[in-house]
Design a protein around this ligand. Structure first.
Ligand SMILES: [Zn+2]
Length: 207
């Protein structure tokens, strides 16, 4: 198993531990999934959705990318949203950013990094929209923190305007979209007080 021995060892312990508490867990899990949450998070290794929420296998449908962005042109994330919302009928969509996000910092610094610049353009759009508010903060750290928060807010807006989310609301499906941000220094999630339950509320978020 070479260099992956740690991964296999830990996996065996993890599976044994769950089976000890719930002998039929994996047999039941293999029958299907019915998660309550779609989680859109950053790919950062320090922000693991299941671990930081204490939720287990079957609870979270997850999509992660650099800086938790929700581009309408990204077929990957939109396919995830379609399946989670239209087929699995999750009850909550969580867009979770984090302070100290390398993707947000890279967008702020605006260096020439190659291919990733195309992805970072999604975040630079957020900066352009909120430049005055971000630059009004007194320190570099506070500017970046506010940028991370506003990125979550803008990605929530985009999520709310996904055709699959709009369709769900139109059909009367119960669905809430939330914006959260994770603090690497405390291990805690902060609620950004963004919770959208309908197309009307999504339209109000614009202002
Ligand atoms: Zn990040």
């Amino acid at each position: 198993m070479g260099k992956l021995s740690t991964v296999f060892d830990q996996n065996q312990k993890w599976a044994d531990n769950i089976k000890e508490k719930q002998p039929d867990f994996f047999k039941e899990s293999a029958k299907g999934q019915s998660p309550n949450y779609l989680w859109i998070g950053c790919a950062d290794s320090r922000v693991p959705p299941a671990q930081l929420t204490g939720l287990g296998p079957g609870d979270l449908f997850v999509h992660r990318n650099i800086a938790n962005v929700v581009p309408h042109s990204d077929i990957n994330i939109q396919s995830v949203v379609q399946y989670a919302v239209s087929v699995l009928k999750v009850r909550h969509v969580v867009v979770c950013g984090h302070y100290g996000c390398g993707g947000v910092t890279a967008a702020y610094e605006d260096n020439n990094l190659g291919l990733i610049d195309n992805w970072l353009a999604n975040i630079e759009d957020v900066y352009r929209t909120h430049q005055d508010e971000i630059e009004g903060r007194p320190s570099e750290e506070e500017k970046l923190n506010r940028f991370c928060e506003l990125n979550v807010r803008e990605q929530v807006k985009k999520m709310c305007h996904s055709p699959f989310v709009q369709q769900a609301w139109k059909q009367g499906q119960a669905l809430s979209v939330h914006g959260l941000i994770y603090d690497l220094e405390t291990g805690l999630l902060n609620d950004l007080d963004i919770r959208i339950d309908s197309a009307e509320e999504a339209a109000n978020l614009e202002s």
